[in-house]
Design a protein around this ligand. Structure first.
Ligand SMILES: [Zn+2]
Length: 106
């Protein structure tokens, strides 16, 4: 069971630089881009004093080919921490796994 708390329930809430990495355009491999949308300090799910769940979400437009892509992106460590609670956010409840599988098969 996840204990819900208000965001910033402790003073030192911050981002972990190991959670994300910058990248070149995934279409043309050029590094130059312009920011389109940005959510600095966006927090995933619940506060946790042991694990940072904040990242800078930022979508950019490639200067060369105009592809829109997320930059930075999650590292394996970032994905492991930030997605750990994702399965709990869709109303999953104990004892309903077969009902869910049946729905998916339909
Ligand atoms: Zn590009």
């Amino acid at each position: 069971m996840i204990e819900w708390k208000a965001v910033d329930s402790f003073r030192w809430n911050s981002s972990d630089p190991k959670a994300t990495v910058m990248r070149a355009c995934p279409v043309c491999s050029r590094p130059a881009s312009r920011e389109a949308v940005s959510f600095p300090g966006f927090q995933y799910f619940t506060d946790d004093a042991r694990l940072s769940k904040r990242i800078h979400i930022r979508d950019v437009v490639c200067d060369a080919c105009h592809a829109v892509y997320r930059n930075p992106v999650l590292t394996d460590d970032g994905f492991r921490v930030l997605a750990a609670e994702a399965g709990c956010s869709y109303g999953a409840s104990a004892g309903r796994s077969m009902e869910t599988l049946g729905w998916l098969e339909d």
